[in-house]
Design a protein around this ligand. Sequence first.
Ligand code: BG6
Length: 296
Amino acid sequence: MPITQNDTEVILTHPDNDATNVKILKYGATVFSWQINGQEQLWLSQGAKLDGSKPVRGGIPLVFPVFGKNTDDEYLSKLPQHGLARNSTWEFLGQVSANPPTVQFGLGPEIANEDLVKLWPMDFSLVLTVELGPEHLKTSIEVENTSSTQPLKFNWLFHTYLKVNDIEDTLVSNLTGSKLYDQLLKESYLDKQPAVTFHEELDRIYQNVEGDRLIQVVDKGTPIHTVKRHNLPDAVVWNPWIEKSKGMGDFEPKSGYKEMVCVEPGHVHNFITLNAGEKWDAYQLLYKDELKYQVV
Ligand code: BG6
């Protein structure tokens, strides 16, 4: 069976290879495992809660309608960090294709987390599409403003936790020359380094990265993940390192920071605003490619 489901999760298996699959939790419509031929591609904390008691620490949590903690918008500022999509149970809308196996999930205010919707009383409809290829995973989002009068203002981000072998042997390429906001230094500057390397906590929002730049995660010279973005101009790169990992109750093992890097395609530097009835869409494509140095 290429697509199976139970009360809490949906599993897609590739018809050409039983060991290639993706597992999606209905809570948050969170992809929490993606294997290619038995090899896990995403990092998932051993302490992650998969019971709907909190957002999943690992996989691909969905960030909407606000990235981080907003302080100045009347309604968005009332929401917790990273919004309400990752803390809501989505509706499984079913299969849209058998090969590549593709499914959809939906979220609107009528089924979203009740307490949070009260804080942000907007009309919206989200459809997430997950497509499993032999060597790729595509997650696409469509946001519709279902109000007939009010504009809808939001951020979107795929908070993707990629698995790596050893963070100190890992670099993230093709962001050179982009402006970034360093969330730790609270400063903006131009990244002039040939690649992003990791030796301490790192939390950066790269802004307006050209759409044709592939972001690659490179392990000792070999690209292990390639990230293509559509309509997602920003990219957050995050590794919590030692102290921050210790402070996260659901981050296990505490040495887990060595085996993950978050590369998070999003639209977070500015808000997207949809007028009544308008739609917006975007996707992230995770796949395998040869080394492509587009900028050094
Ligand atoms: C990243 C942010 O996207 O998410 C970090 O850049 C943040 O600042 C991290 O710490 C994890 O957030 P959370 O809410 O899942 O602990």
